[in-house]
Design a protein around this ligand. Sequence first.
Ligand SMILES: Cc1cc2nc3c(=O)[nH]c(=O)nc-3n(C[C@H](O)[C@H](O)[C@H](O)COP(=O)(O)O)c2cc1C
Ligand SMILES: Nc1ncnc2c1ncn2[C@@H]1O[C@H](COP(=O)(O)OP(=O)(O)O)[C@@H](O)[C@H]1O
Length: 324
Amino acid sequence: MKIINLQFPNKYSAKKKEFVLAMGYFDGLHLGHRAVIQQAKRIADKQHLKLALLTYSQSPAGFYVNDPVLKVPILPFRQKMQMLEKLGVDTIFLIDYNLTFGSQSPEDYVDNYLAKLGASVVVAGFDHTYGSLKDKADMKHLPRYANGRFEVYTVRECSDYFGKISSTRIRRLLSEGDLQAVNELLGYQFQTVGFVVHGNQIGRRIGFPTANQALEEKQLLPKSGVYAVRTKIVTGPLAGRSFNGMASIGRNETFGSDNPITIEINLFDFSADVYDEEIIVYWISFLREQVKYANAEALIDQLKQDRIDSLDLLKEIPKSKNYS
Ligand SMILES: Cc1cc2nc3c(=O)[nH]c(=O)nc-3n(C[C@H](O)[C@H](O)[C@H](O)COP(=O)(O)O)c2cc1C
Ligand SMILES: Nc1ncnc2c1ncn2[C@@H]1O[C@H](COP(=O)(O)OP(=O)(O)O)[C@@H](O)[C@H]1O
C-alpha cells in the first residue's frame, strides 16, 4: 500500500484515471466506515480499477474544537493503515489538514483535489462533508461539482437498533467502559499500543506481576477500571504470541494516593520478562470499578476473583475473532 502525502496548495496531478476513491477521515474504522470502503472495493473489482482512499493527517472535526480528547483518534494511525491495507486499499492520499485547506469552497476542493487524484468513481457515506460550507459540501451536491469528471456513489446509513453507527457513539461508550458495545460497533477489538515499562515492582510481590504499558502516542482509553483483555506481544522472542489477561487502568490507590494513572496487565499462564517489548492490548470487557483496598491482602483476594471472571468472559470470545 502506497501513501501519498498531499499539501495545500496541491501539486499532485494524476496522469490517468485508475482509482475508485473512498473519502473520509474514518475515525476508528468502524462498521459504517468499513461498509463504505468495502463498497468502493466491490466497484473497483468489478471495473478492474484500483482502490484508493482520500483521508486526513488529523481529524477535521477535532481540528476545530478545544476538547483535546476529540483530537485523539479512536484507532492509532499505524493500526489504521494496517487495517486499510487488509481491506484491499492500494493507495492512500493523506492530506495534511490545516486551516487554509479546510477553508476552501466545496467547488475548489473538488477542482484542486478530488478531480486531480485519478478517480473514476468517488465513494463516501451518506452524511460525508468535504469543506467548511457543510450544507453545500455534501454528497447531494457532489455530482454537480464533479461535472462529469468522475462518478459519485453514496453509501447509505449503517445503523443498528440504537441508530447510526458513529465515532461519537463509540467515544461515549468507551468513556462509559462498555467495551463489548464498542467492539461490536468497531467490528474489531478496541486496542492500545505501547511498550512495557518498569513500575514499582509490587506486582510480583503480591503474586500478580503486571506488564505496565506506556502508550506510544496520545491514545484514547476506556474509563478507569478493571477489564478482561487479550494481549499480543509484538517484539522480542515472543513476538506474535497472544495471551489472555486482566488489566487495570487507575491510580493503584491501595498503594498511595498520588500515583499517576497506569495501564497494568497481568497475563495468564505467563512468566517471561517482557520489559521494553511492544505490546498491543485488546480490551474485551469491563469487570469492575477501581477500589482503594484496606491492604494488599484484600486486593489479592479480589484479583483471584478477577482472574476467574476474566477467564469466564474470555472463553466466549473465539480466538479467531479479529485481533488484527
Ligand atoms: C486486574 C487488576 C485489577 C486491579 N485492581 C486494583 C484496584 O481495584 N485497586 C488498586 O489500588 N489497584 C488495583 N490494581 C493495580 C495494582 O495495585 C498494581 O498492579 C500493583 O500495585 C502492581 O504495581 P506495579 O506494576 O507498580 O508493581 C489492579 C491490577 C490488576 C492487574
Ligand atoms: N504473568 C505476567 N504478567 C505480566 N507480566 C509478567 C508476568 N510474568 C512476568 N512478567 C514480567 O514481570 C514484569 C512485571 O512485574 P512487576 O513486579 O509488576 O514489576 P513492575 O512494577 O516493574 O511492573 C512485567 O513487566 C513482565 O516483564
